[in-house]
Write a protein that binds this ligand. Structure first.
Ligand code: SF4
Ligand code: SF4
Length: 379
């Protein structure tokens, strides 16, 4: 039986340019709605919301609900680990941040080529197994954005891993870099339960090109665009689908779509293939807004935000350029932020990006689009 998990990676903000300005009033309402709807699994991570994601979970869930009423999944931040001596202090900090005595699910966060400094040099697997044996973790797992071959190696080498968190959605199903379908097959081969992340691909699948939306609406005028994405993942052989709502309304929609996620028939699956082709031909940057790159950037460029504006501009076309262009201009006036043309091509961000985007190259196009073509302003 699949459960809907509440991802806490993109919580509502009071100031959209300050990732720490979490709108707790709204988050509390979201948590209440989620719990009242019969669900109880929350997902956070050490690095979410610029390091205060776990505290947000504590404030809105742990301090408001009895421990036995919810389950928590969090992750060891491989991005910052270079030596074994860091493990105990970070784990202790995470328990403290979350305000719990144990984690129900604990994952190695994004095991991939980008984090190999951590998992190749430090015995992370023994550490999480030890924490499980000590009673601080119920189940150990890993998340990865690696491909199926990479996942197979991990699961072959580490049978102690009990479950995996994978990026699965209809757009990435046959994607050659993400390989959602093949990864799911590998997990099944090793009998590992699968949790799903990015069912809407960072919001892409809620905001598809008009041509794709038309196809969906012609097939079934009563269904929302996002319902297609939810029906796709909710009927796979997985145990949890995490959606990362950014507002009460989005969460309400996610819950409604999940509760009404009847299986797709063959015609509908074929239609999703057409939709994927349309989206792929329109997507400019495959960014899921995870923000892993942002901390790495010495020039304070909010890469995720700029790519979001750029994609919207490309998908919506020039009809909508004023909205995205104004947003870019407003962003450029904020104190202590870098704009696209501030990129010095140091490439520090490259190894952080699970989607393998050539960030400095794309930023050149972003600069051209927003700083030259539209406004004619140069840095
Ligand atoms: S390459 Fe550009 S965007 Fe990437 S970290 Fe360096 S300055 Fe920032
Ligand atoms: S560019 Fe890559 S690392 Fe940065 S937010 Fe987008 S997907 Fe994440």
């Amino acid at each position: 039986m699949v459960q809907l998990g509440m991802g806490m990676m993109r919580l509502p903000l009071l100031n959209e340019d300050d990732f720490k300005s979490i709108d707790f009033e709204q988050v509390n309402k979201m948590v209440d709605l989620y719990m009242e709807s019969g669900f109880n699994l929350f997902d956070t991570a050490y690095i979410y919301h610029d390091g205060i994601g776990e505290l947000a979970f504590r404030k809105s869930v742990v301090e408001r609900y009895p421990r036995e009423s919810f389950k928590i999944s969090t992750k060891l931040p491989l991005f910052v680990i270079t030596e074994e001596s860091q493990l105990e202090p970070i784990f202790a900090e995470q328990l403290e941040n979350c305000g719990v005595d144990y984690f129900d699910y604990y994952l190695l966060h994004n095991v991939s080529g980008y984090t190999e400094n951590a998992w190749k040099n430090v015995d992370l697997y023994s550490f999480i197994q030890k924490k499980k044996d000590e009673g601080f973790i119920k189940h150990i797992g890993l998340s990865t954005h690696g491909n199926a071959e990479f996942l197979e190696e991990l699961l072959f080498d580490h049978p102690e891993i009990e479950f995996v968190l994978l990026q699965i959605n209809y757009l990435d199903w046959e994607d050659e870099a993400i390989e959602s379908k093949k990864c799911l097959d590998v997990a099944k081969k090793y009998n590992k339960p699968v949790m799903v992340m990015e069912p809407y691909k960072g919001g892409f699948l809620a905001d598809v090109p008009k041509e794709a939306e038309k196809l969906m609406k012609e097939h079934d005028p009563d269904r929302s665009v996002v319902s297609w994405a939810m029906r796709f993942v909710a009927n796979l052989d997985v145990c949890v689908v995490f959606t990362g709502a950014s507002s009460f309304e989005q969460l309400q929609n996610n819950i409604d779509e999940f509760n009404n996620a009847d299986p797709l028939n063959d015609d509908e699956l074929n239609l999703l293939e057409e939709v994927s082709e349309i989206i792929n031909s329109n997507i400019t940057v495959d960014c899921t807004k995870c923000r892993y790159c942002v901390d790495a950037c010495s020039e304070e460029i909010n890469i995720a935000k700029l790519f979001d504006l750029y994609n919207k501009h490309k998908i919506l076309g020039r009809d909508d350029w004023t909205q995205q262009g104004n947003a870019y201009l407003n962003y450029s006036k904020l104190p202590d932020v870098g704009i696209a043309s501030d990129c010095i091509e140091c490439e520090a961000c490259l190894e952080e990006c699970p989607q393998q985007i050539n960030i400095p190259e794309v930023l050149k196009d972003v600069a051209k689009t927003f700083e030259t073509e539209i406004y004619g302003f140069e840095n």
